[in-house]
Design a binder for this molecule. Structure first.
Ligand SMILES: NC(=O)c1ccc[n+]([C@@H]2O[C@H](COP(=O)([O-])OP(=O)(O)OC[C@H]3O[C@@H](n4cnc5c(N)ncnc54)[C@H](O)[C@@H]3O)[C@@H](O)[C@H]2O)c1
Length: 386
Protein backbone atom coordinates (compact mmCIF):
# COMPACT_ATOMS: atom_id res chain seq x y z
CA UNK A 1 0.00 0.00 0.00
CA UNK A 2 1.64 3.25 -1.04
CA UNK A 3 -1.47 5.37 -1.31
CA UNK A 4 -4.05 6.48 1.21
CA UNK A 5 -7.44 6.77 -0.47
CA UNK A 6 -9.44 9.47 1.30
CA UNK A 7 -13.15 10.29 1.46
CA UNK A 8 -13.98 13.55 3.21
CA UNK A 9 -17.24 14.82 4.72
CA UNK A 10 -17.74 18.60 5.19
CA UNK A 11 -15.78 20.98 3.03
CA UNK A 12 -15.78 24.50 4.52
CA UNK A 13 -13.29 25.81 7.10
CA UNK A 14 -11.73 22.55 8.27
CA UNK A 15 -12.54 20.79 5.01
CA UNK A 16 -10.36 23.30 3.22
CA UNK A 17 -7.56 23.02 5.80
CA UNK A 18 -7.55 19.21 5.49
CA UNK A 19 -7.76 19.31 1.66
CA UNK A 20 -4.75 21.61 1.58
CA UNK A 21 -2.89 19.21 3.87
CA UNK A 22 -3.55 16.21 1.60
CA UNK A 23 -2.45 18.17 -1.46
CA UNK A 24 0.73 19.54 0.14
CA UNK A 25 1.90 16.39 1.93
CA UNK A 26 3.56 14.61 -1.04
CA UNK A 27 5.39 17.75 -2.15
CA UNK A 28 7.14 18.29 1.19
CA UNK A 29 7.09 14.81 2.74
CA UNK A 30 7.60 12.56 -0.31
CA UNK A 31 8.27 9.45 1.78
CA UNK A 32 4.85 9.55 3.42
CA UNK A 33 1.92 7.48 2.20
CA UNK A 34 0.47 9.58 -0.62
CA UNK A 35 -3.11 10.76 -0.06
CA UNK A 36 -5.40 10.17 -3.01
CA UNK A 37 -8.26 12.65 -2.79
CA UNK A 38 -10.98 10.28 -3.95
CA UNK A 39 -14.30 11.86 -3.03
CA UNK A 40 -15.75 14.72 -1.05
CA UNK A 41 -19.22 14.61 0.45
CA UNK A 42 -21.75 17.36 1.19
CA UNK A 43 -25.51 17.68 1.23
CA UNK A 44 -25.90 20.17 -1.62
CA UNK A 45 -24.92 18.58 -4.97
CA UNK A 46 -23.87 21.70 -6.85
CA UNK A 47 -22.06 23.27 -3.87
CA UNK A 48 -20.11 20.10 -3.12
CA UNK A 49 -19.13 19.69 -6.80
CA UNK A 50 -17.87 23.28 -6.79
CA UNK A 51 -15.86 22.51 -3.64
CA UNK A 52 -14.45 19.34 -5.22
CA UNK A 53 -13.22 21.35 -8.20
CA UNK A 54 -11.74 24.09 -6.05
CA UNK A 55 -10.12 21.87 -3.42
CA UNK A 56 -8.83 19.19 -5.80
CA UNK A 57 -11.04 16.13 -5.16
CA UNK A 58 -11.65 13.56 -7.91
CA UNK A 59 -15.42 13.49 -7.39
CA UNK A 60 -18.25 14.71 -5.20
CA UNK A 61 -21.16 12.81 -3.67
CA UNK A 62 -24.10 13.78 -1.45
CA UNK A 63 -24.63 10.65 0.69
CA UNK A 64 -21.98 9.98 3.35
CA UNK A 65 -23.36 6.46 3.87
CA UNK A 66 -22.53 5.66 0.27
CA UNK A 67 -19.05 7.14 0.69
CA UNK A 68 -18.38 4.96 3.71
CA UNK A 69 -19.35 1.76 1.91
CA UNK A 70 -17.06 2.33 -1.05
CA UNK A 71 -14.33 -0.28 -1.57
CA UNK A 72 -11.90 2.28 -2.96
CA UNK A 73 -11.73 4.40 0.23
CA UNK A 74 -9.31 3.69 3.13
CA UNK A 75 -9.83 6.76 5.31
CA UNK A 76 -12.93 8.77 6.25
CA UNK A 77 -12.18 12.36 7.24
CA UNK A 78 -14.98 14.06 9.23
CA UNK A 79 -15.17 17.87 9.05
CA UNK A 80 -18.86 18.34 9.78
CA UNK A 81 -20.13 20.00 12.98
CA UNK A 82 -19.82 17.95 16.15
CA UNK A 83 -23.38 16.52 16.16
CA UNK A 84 -22.54 14.54 13.01
CA UNK A 85 -19.25 13.04 14.27
CA UNK A 86 -20.55 10.04 16.20
CA UNK A 87 -22.90 8.50 13.65
CA UNK A 88 -20.41 8.91 10.80
CA UNK A 89 -17.41 7.67 12.82
CA UNK A 90 -19.17 4.56 14.11
CA UNK A 91 -20.49 3.69 10.64
CA UNK A 92 -17.02 4.25 9.17
CA UNK A 93 -15.43 1.98 11.78
CA UNK A 94 -17.99 -0.76 11.09
CA UNK A 95 -17.17 -0.46 7.38
CA UNK A 96 -13.48 -1.02 8.24
CA UNK A 97 -12.30 2.50 7.39
CA UNK A 98 -9.63 4.46 9.23
CA UNK A 99 -11.05 7.67 10.71
CA UNK A 100 -9.77 11.21 11.06
CA UNK A 101 -12.31 13.28 13.03
CA UNK A 102 -12.22 16.95 13.91
CA UNK A 103 -12.43 18.08 17.53
CA UNK A 104 -14.25 18.08 19.87
CA UNK A 105 -14.65 14.37 19.21
CA UNK A 106 -18.33 14.25 20.19
CA UNK A 107 -21.21 16.04 21.89
CA UNK A 108 -20.80 14.06 25.13
CA UNK A 109 -18.27 11.87 26.93
CA UNK A 110 -20.55 8.84 26.55
CA UNK A 111 -20.67 9.39 22.76
CA UNK A 112 -16.90 9.85 22.58
CA UNK A 113 -16.38 6.58 24.46
CA UNK A 114 -18.73 4.79 22.06
CA UNK A 115 -16.74 6.12 19.11
CA UNK A 116 -13.45 4.94 20.61
CA UNK A 117 -14.95 1.52 21.38
CA UNK A 118 -16.30 1.15 17.83
CA UNK A 119 -12.92 2.05 16.32
CA UNK A 120 -11.10 -0.35 18.65
CA UNK A 121 -13.57 -3.18 17.97
CA UNK A 122 -13.11 -2.69 14.24
CA UNK A 123 -9.30 -2.53 14.55
CA UNK A 124 -9.08 0.66 12.48
CA UNK A 125 -6.77 3.65 13.02
CA UNK A 126 -8.34 6.73 14.55
CA UNK A 127 -7.17 10.30 14.96
CA UNK A 128 -8.71 13.45 16.46
CA UNK A 129 -7.89 16.90 15.05
CA UNK A 130 -5.89 18.61 17.77
CA UNK A 131 -3.68 20.36 15.25
CA UNK A 132 -1.88 22.77 17.60
CA UNK A 133 0.28 19.90 18.87
CA UNK A 134 1.91 19.99 15.45
CA UNK A 135 3.45 23.47 15.69
CA UNK A 136 7.23 23.10 15.79
CA UNK A 137 7.44 25.59 18.69
CA UNK A 138 4.94 23.52 20.70
CA UNK A 139 7.02 20.40 19.97
CA UNK A 140 10.05 22.29 21.31
CA UNK A 141 8.13 23.10 24.51
CA UNK A 142 7.28 19.40 24.81
CA UNK A 143 10.94 18.46 24.33
CA UNK A 144 12.03 20.89 27.06
CA UNK A 145 9.42 19.51 29.50
CA UNK A 146 10.10 15.83 28.72
CA UNK A 147 13.88 16.16 28.89
CA UNK A 148 13.64 17.79 32.33
CA UNK A 149 15.19 21.05 31.17
CA UNK A 150 12.35 23.01 32.81
CA UNK A 151 12.63 20.89 35.98
CA UNK A 152 9.55 20.13 38.03
CA UNK A 153 6.47 21.69 36.42
CA UNK A 154 4.56 24.01 38.75
CA UNK A 155 2.16 25.88 36.45
CA UNK A 156 0.35 25.51 33.13
CA UNK A 157 -1.53 28.68 32.27
CA UNK A 158 -3.50 28.84 29.01
CA UNK A 159 -5.92 31.17 27.28
CA UNK A 160 -7.74 31.04 23.94
CA UNK A 161 -9.36 34.39 23.24
CA UNK A 162 -11.57 35.41 20.32
CA UNK A 163 -14.03 38.25 19.67
CA UNK A 164 -16.03 37.26 16.56
CA UNK A 165 -19.47 37.08 18.23
CA UNK A 166 -19.29 40.20 20.43
CA UNK A 167 -21.85 42.03 18.26
CA UNK A 168 -25.27 41.06 19.74
CA UNK A 169 -26.64 41.10 16.16
CA UNK A 170 -24.19 38.37 15.09
CA UNK A 171 -26.50 35.49 14.07
CA UNK A 172 -27.24 32.26 15.88
CA UNK A 173 -24.75 30.02 14.03
CA UNK A 174 -24.38 26.28 14.70
CA UNK A 175 -21.49 26.98 17.08
CA UNK A 176 -24.00 28.68 19.44
CA UNK A 177 -26.41 25.73 19.56
CA UNK A 178 -25.74 23.06 22.15
CA UNK A 179 -27.46 20.26 20.22
CA UNK A 180 -25.09 20.82 17.26
CA UNK A 181 -21.85 22.02 18.91
CA UNK A 182 -22.03 20.35 22.35
CA UNK A 183 -20.76 23.51 24.02
CA UNK A 184 -19.51 26.99 23.08
CA UNK A 185 -16.08 28.47 23.70
CA UNK A 186 -15.45 25.58 26.12
CA UNK A 187 -15.59 22.73 23.56
CA UNK A 188 -14.41 24.81 20.63
CA UNK A 189 -11.45 26.73 22.08
CA UNK A 190 -11.02 25.19 25.53
CA UNK A 191 -10.76 21.71 23.97
CA UNK A 192 -7.53 22.73 22.24
CA UNK A 193 -6.06 24.07 25.50
CA UNK A 194 -7.05 20.92 27.38
CA UNK A 195 -5.37 18.77 24.76
CA UNK A 196 -2.21 20.89 24.90
CA UNK A 197 -2.21 20.56 28.68
CA UNK A 198 -2.54 16.77 28.43
CA UNK A 199 0.23 16.68 25.82
CA UNK A 200 2.64 18.97 27.66
CA UNK A 201 1.97 18.41 31.36
CA UNK A 202 -0.08 15.21 31.74
CA UNK A 203 -3.40 14.01 33.10
CA UNK A 204 -5.61 16.11 35.35
CA UNK A 205 -6.86 15.05 38.75
CA UNK A 206 -9.65 17.54 39.47
CA UNK A 207 -11.26 20.68 38.03
CA UNK A 208 -13.51 23.58 39.00
CA UNK A 209 -14.95 26.08 36.55
CA UNK A 210 -17.23 29.00 35.83
CA UNK A 211 -18.95 30.10 32.63
CA UNK A 212 -21.26 32.75 31.23
CA UNK A 213 -23.47 33.38 28.21
CA UNK A 214 -23.37 37.15 27.81
CA UNK A 215 -25.76 37.45 24.86
CA UNK A 216 -28.70 35.14 25.45
CA UNK A 217 -30.67 35.59 22.19
CA UNK A 218 -29.54 36.25 18.63
CA UNK A 219 -31.06 36.65 15.15
CA UNK A 220 -31.58 33.33 13.36
CA UNK A 221 -28.80 32.77 10.77
CA UNK A 222 -29.80 32.69 7.12
CA UNK A 223 -26.35 31.55 5.93
CA UNK A 224 -23.29 30.34 7.83
CA UNK A 225 -19.87 28.82 7.35
CA UNK A 226 -16.80 28.55 9.57
CA UNK A 227 -16.73 31.68 11.73
CA UNK A 228 -18.87 33.91 9.48
CA UNK A 229 -22.63 34.20 8.98
CA UNK A 230 -25.49 36.32 7.68
CA UNK A 231 -28.74 37.13 9.42
CA UNK A 232 -30.93 40.12 10.03
CA UNK A 233 -31.32 41.97 13.32
CA UNK A 234 -34.95 42.63 12.39
CA UNK A 235 -35.70 38.93 11.88
CA UNK A 236 -36.76 36.32 14.43
CA UNK A 237 -34.41 35.53 17.32
CA UNK A 238 -33.39 32.23 18.87
CA UNK A 239 -31.87 31.25 22.21
CA UNK A 240 -28.10 30.85 22.60
CA UNK A 241 -27.69 27.51 24.38
CA UNK A 242 -23.91 27.40 24.88
CA UNK A 243 -21.31 29.30 26.94
CA UNK A 244 -19.73 32.48 25.57
CA UNK A 245 -16.84 32.11 28.00
CA UNK A 246 -15.63 29.32 30.30
CA UNK A 247 -12.78 29.49 32.79
CA UNK A 248 -11.47 26.69 34.98
CA UNK A 249 -8.73 25.62 37.35
CA UNK A 250 -7.13 22.20 37.57
CA UNK A 251 -4.72 20.19 39.67
CA UNK A 252 -2.64 17.84 37.52
CA UNK A 253 -1.77 14.34 38.68
CA UNK A 254 1.92 15.33 38.81
CA UNK A 255 1.11 18.13 41.27
CA UNK A 256 1.23 21.05 38.81
CA UNK A 257 -1.55 23.66 38.91
CA UNK A 258 -3.37 24.79 35.76
CA UNK A 259 -5.61 27.69 34.76
CA UNK A 260 -7.62 27.94 31.55
CA UNK A 261 -9.68 30.69 29.91
CA UNK A 262 -11.69 30.26 26.70
CA UNK A 263 -13.82 33.14 25.48
CA UNK A 264 -15.35 34.65 22.36
CA UNK A 265 -15.76 38.00 24.12
CA UNK A 266 -12.18 39.28 24.38
CA UNK A 267 -12.34 42.48 22.32
CA UNK A 268 -9.34 42.88 20.05
CA UNK A 269 -8.31 39.23 20.28
CA UNK A 270 -9.09 37.64 16.91
CA UNK A 271 -7.62 34.28 17.89
CA UNK A 272 -5.06 34.44 20.68
CA UNK A 273 -4.18 30.87 21.62
CA UNK A 274 -1.41 30.96 24.19
CA UNK A 275 0.13 29.16 27.14
CA UNK A 276 2.93 29.45 29.66
CA UNK A 277 4.64 26.69 31.56
CA UNK A 278 6.64 27.48 34.70
CA UNK A 279 9.03 24.87 36.08
CA UNK A 280 11.69 24.77 38.78
CA UNK A 281 14.47 25.31 36.20
CA UNK A 282 12.73 27.66 33.79
CA UNK A 283 9.68 28.68 31.81
CA UNK A 284 8.33 28.72 28.26
CA UNK A 285 5.76 31.02 26.64
CA UNK A 286 3.87 30.29 23.42
CA UNK A 287 1.38 32.41 21.48
CA UNK A 288 -0.08 31.04 18.25
CA UNK A 289 -0.19 34.53 16.74
CA UNK A 290 3.61 34.18 16.73
CA UNK A 291 3.58 30.43 16.21
CA UNK A 292 7.14 30.16 14.94
CA UNK A 293 8.51 31.43 18.24
CA UNK A 294 8.93 29.96 21.71
CA UNK A 295 10.02 32.22 24.52
CA UNK A 296 12.35 30.33 26.83
CA UNK A 297 13.80 31.22 30.23
CA UNK A 298 16.34 29.18 32.19
CA UNK A 299 17.14 29.86 35.87
CA UNK A 300 20.70 28.64 35.15
CA UNK A 301 21.53 31.61 32.94
CA UNK A 302 24.12 34.02 34.36
CA UNK A 303 22.35 36.54 36.60
CA UNK A 304 23.27 39.57 34.49
CA UNK A 305 21.70 38.14 31.29
CA UNK A 306 18.69 36.41 32.78
CA UNK A 307 15.44 36.92 30.89
CA UNK A 308 13.20 35.30 28.30
CA UNK A 309 14.96 34.56 25.01
CA UNK A 310 13.01 34.32 21.74
CA UNK A 311 13.77 31.03 19.99
CA UNK A 312 12.69 30.86 16.37
CA UNK A 313 11.66 27.22 15.91
CA UNK A 314 12.48 27.15 12.21
CA UNK A 315 15.85 25.38 12.12
CA UNK A 316 16.24 21.83 10.81
CA UNK A 317 16.78 20.78 14.45
CA UNK A 318 13.12 21.63 15.16
CA UNK A 319 10.44 19.04 14.37
CA UNK A 320 9.21 19.06 10.73
CA UNK A 321 11.33 22.06 9.71
CA UNK A 322 13.87 20.16 7.68
CA UNK A 323 11.13 19.54 5.11
CA UNK A 324 10.25 23.22 4.78
CA UNK A 325 12.29 26.31 4.02
CA UNK A 326 15.81 27.49 4.91
CA UNK A 327 16.25 28.48 8.61
CA UNK A 328 14.35 31.64 9.55
CA UNK A 329 11.69 31.18 6.86
CA UNK A 330 8.44 30.85 8.80
CA UNK A 331 5.41 28.58 8.46
CA UNK A 332 1.71 29.12 9.34
CA UNK A 333 -1.64 27.74 10.55
CA UNK A 334 -2.09 25.45 7.53
CA UNK A 335 1.21 23.68 8.24
CA UNK A 336 -0.13 22.27 11.51
CA UNK A 337 -2.66 20.29 9.45
CA UNK A 338 0.00 19.07 7.02
CA UNK A 339 2.02 17.76 9.97
CA UNK A 340 -1.13 16.22 11.43
CA UNK A 341 -1.85 14.37 8.17
CA UNK A 342 1.82 13.32 8.06
CA UNK A 343 1.44 11.64 11.46
CA UNK A 344 -1.80 9.99 10.29
CA UNK A 345 -0.30 8.64 7.08
CA UNK A 346 2.88 7.45 8.81
CA UNK A 347 0.87 5.70 11.51
CA UNK A 348 -1.30 3.93 8.95
CA UNK A 349 1.78 2.88 6.95
CA UNK A 350 3.53 1.62 10.10
CA UNK A 351 0.45 -0.18 11.42
CA UNK A 352 0.29 1.83 14.67
CA UNK A 353 -2.22 4.20 16.23
CA UNK A 354 -1.73 7.87 15.31
CA UNK A 355 -1.36 10.43 18.08
CA UNK A 356 -3.59 12.17 19.09
CA UNK A 357 -6.09 9.34 18.76
CA UNK A 358 -9.73 8.99 19.84
CA UNK A 359 -8.30 8.10 23.26
CA UNK A 360 -7.02 11.67 23.51
CA UNK A 361 -10.40 12.87 22.24
CA UNK A 362 -12.12 10.94 25.04
CA UNK A 363 -9.69 12.30 27.64
CA UNK A 364 -10.40 15.85 26.50
CA UNK A 365 -14.15 15.22 26.54
CA UNK A 366 -13.91 13.92 30.12
CA UNK A 367 -12.33 17.21 31.22
CA UNK A 368 -14.89 19.28 29.28
CA UNK A 369 -17.70 17.41 30.98
CA UNK A 370 -16.08 17.46 34.43
CA UNK A 371 -15.82 21.26 34.16
CA UNK A 372 -19.51 21.45 33.15
CA UNK A 373 -20.42 19.28 36.12
CA UNK A 374 -18.37 21.44 38.47
CA UNK A 375 -20.18 24.55 37.19
CA UNK A 376 -23.59 22.93 37.56
CA UNK A 377 -22.88 21.57 41.04
CA UNK A 378 -20.66 24.48 42.16
CA UNK A 379 -17.83 22.23 43.43
CA UNK A 380 -14.47 20.61 42.57
CA UNK A 381 -15.03 17.52 40.38
CA UNK A 382 -12.51 14.69 40.29
CA UNK A 383 -11.77 13.16 36.88
CA UNK A 384 -12.21 9.77 38.52
CA UNK A 385 -15.95 10.57 38.79
CA UNK A 386 -16.28 10.75 35.03
N1 LIG B 1 -8.84 21.97 14.54
C1 LIG B 1 -9.26 23.22 14.46
O1 LIG B 1 -8.51 24.17 14.62
C2 LIG B 1 -10.71 23.48 14.15
C3 LIG B 1 -11.10 24.76 13.71
C4 LIG B 1 -12.45 24.96 13.37
C5 LIG B 1 -13.35 23.92 13.48
N2 LIG B 1 -12.96 22.71 13.95
C6 LIG B 1 -13.94 21.60 14.05
O2 LIG B 1 -14.20 21.13 12.72
C7 LIG B 1 -15.57 20.76 12.58
C8 LIG B 1 -16.19 21.56 11.44
O3 LIG B 1 -16.07 22.95 11.70
P1 LIG B 1 -15.92 24.04 10.53
O4 LIG B 1 -15.43 25.28 11.14
O5 LIG B 1 -15.15 23.44 9.39
O6 LIG B 1 -17.43 24.21 10.13
P2 LIG B 1 -18.05 24.87 8.81
O7 LIG B 1 -19.37 25.38 9.22
O8 LIG B 1 -17.07 25.78 8.16
O9 LIG B 1 -18.22 23.61 7.84
C9 LIG B 1 -19.02 22.51 8.18
C10 LIG B 1 -19.19 21.62 6.96
O10 LIG B 1 -19.97 20.48 7.35
C11 LIG B 1 -21.09 20.34 6.47
N3 LIG B 1 -22.18 19.74 7.27
C12 LIG B 1 -22.91 20.37 8.22
N4 LIG B 1 -23.78 19.49 8.79
C13 LIG B 1 -23.58 18.31 8.16
C14 LIG B 1 -24.17 17.03 8.26
N5 LIG B 1 -25.14 16.79 9.14
N6 LIG B 1 -23.72 16.04 7.45
C15 LIG B 1 -22.73 16.28 6.56
N7 LIG B 1 -22.12 17.48 6.41
C16 LIG B 1 -22.55 18.47 7.19
C17 LIG B 1 -21.37 21.75 5.98
O11 LIG B 1 -22.09 21.74 4.78
C18 LIG B 1 -19.93 22.28 5.82
O12 LIG B 1 -19.36 21.83 4.60
C19 LIG B 1 -16.22 21.01 13.94
O13 LIG B 1 -16.22 19.83 14.67
C20 LIG B 1 -15.29 22.03 14.60
O14 LIG B 1 -15.31 21.99 16.01
C21 LIG B 1 -11.67 22.48 14.26
Amino acid sequence: MNQLRVGMIGYKFMGKAHSNAYRSLPMFFPNALKPEMKAICGRNASAVQEAADQLGWNESITDWRELIQREDIDLIDINAPSDAHKEIAIAAAKAGKHIFCEKPLALTLADAREMLQAAEDAGVRHMVGFNYRFSPAVRLAKKLVDSGRLGQIYHFRAWFLQDWIMDPQFPLVWRLQKEVAGSGSHGDLGAHLIDLAHYLVGDMQEVIGMSETFIKERPIASEMTGLSAKGSGDGPKGKVTVDDATLFLTRFENGALGSFEATRFAAGHRSTNAFEINGSLGSVKFDFERMNELEVYFTSDEEDVQGFRRVLATDPVHDYMEAWWPPGHTIGFEHTFIHEVLELSQAIAEGRQPVPSFEDGVKCQAVLEAVDKSIEERRWVSLSEM
